[in-house]
Write a protein of this length. Structure first.
Length: 140
């Protein structure tokens, strides 16, 4: 049987996938913010507890980034299902690169803070891109 293309349905599926990606990205941002706060405590006179909390939050952020990466891939796939819409492709290359190397071994507290800060910037940029695309989808 021949499938009928339903543009409104495809747009709604893309919007739902984008909203899931935003939820994952915002949670990753929240975890990175928390890791950054614990990292500052650790740098400025922290102890074993602050170091453990920082690493726990970094591990949580790592899981959230993995979730966000998966949700962004699903969002990109859903965008690909929409015919006659251009310029809505989400470029995840930078984000994917970040996620691949970000959580590898840490050497020093300041290095960790730098990685956390860079991770937050990249997550915020991904949030901005997804929000822009969702706004465009909702206007169509």
């Amino acid at each position: 049987m021949h499938d009928m293309y339903d543009r409104d349905k495809e747009i709604q599926e893309a919007v739902r996938a984008g909203e899931r990606a935003l939820t994952s990205l915002r949670e990753a941002e929240r975890q990175l913010n928390s890791a950054g706060n614990w990292g500052l405590v650790d740098i400025f006179g922290g102890n074993t507890i602050s170091g453990l909390m920082k690493h726990m939050k970094v591990n949580n952020a790592s899981r959230c980034v993995d979730d966000a990466r998966r949700d962004l891939a699903a969002f990109r796939n859903e965008l690909g299902d929409i015919r006659d819409i251009e310029n809505l492709n989400i470029d995840m290359d930078g984000f994917l690169t970040f996620a691949d190397f970000f959580f590898d071994g840490f050497v020093a507290d300041i290095f960790v803070q730098s990685k956390i800060r860079k991770g937050r910037q990249q997550v915020r940029e991904a949030i901005r891109r997804v929000e822009d695309i969702l706004n465009q989808l909702r206007k169509t």
